[in-house]
Design a protein around this ligand. Sequence first.
Ligand code: MF3
Ligand code: CO
Ligand code: CO
Length: 290
Amino acid sequence: MKRNDPCWCGSGIKYKKCHLRFDEKIDSMKFIKNKNQARPPHKIINNAADIEGIKRAAVINDGALDIVGGLIKAGVSTLEINDVVHNYIVSHGGHPSCLHYENFPKSICISINDVVCHGIPSKKEILREGDILNVDITTDLDGYFADASRMFSVGKISDEAARLIRVTKEIMEVGILAAQPWHFVGDIGAACGKMAHENGYSVVTDLGGHGVGKEFHLDPFVSHDCAAETGMLLVPGMVLTVEPMINAGEKNVFTDPNDKWTVRTSDGSLSAQWEKTILITETGNEVLAS
Ligand code: MF3
Ligand code: CO
Ligand code: CO
């Protein structure tokens, strides 16, 4: 790309005034030649207009998560929660990205107790006192995606379940703190894994976080338990999720062979997850959806 060409990021600004220095900085990082490290492709770098678009999707997504708490009580089916959230997103002009994504049949994921992720809302699945659940919502608006999830509980829950929910949130937060420009995506997993193991928990590594923004799932894969200074270089303009799945027992999981979606712990132990969408900035990161 020539200095006076419009920048590859789509900003409309000349390359020399936009991402030229950014590309030079990455070129100067010779250590990216290490086979455990990778250079971020241009496709996953968002310009200012892209970030505004993701933020608009995130406003709807955060609003949808905000109404979930008021819907949770014993006797409610997970389909009822799905339907209220679906109507909220659609009435605010958004689209629930999970609906029909790779044949997923409902608008959001609801994952109860030993379900790790991708639980399918159903009129037959009724919330019971003592349950813990993750509600994972993704909204797209005008081609931009925002993805977040939170934990909820039904009535009085065990001390062990409450600790798992609290510590899992802290694990997500230390992962976000580790997501710094010119550091590596593996630094996120190193921070999350360390804190999980210190607390006696295991980390699911069959699934992880991901780039998000102009598509639902983009590079890089974000492991929540891995070595520091591995994986893709984190650079300003990257948007990704941090979404640790933490098990009270062993880390192994399996996918329900009947519905081909529901992921459960192999040992039946409780699992928790929190997820935020973050933007890597020049100085650190900014939470876009939570
Ligand atoms: N929202 C999930 C994630 O955090 C993905 C759900 S895909 C679905 O990446 F098809 F199960 F909805
Ligand atoms: Co999600
Ligand atoms: Co996600």
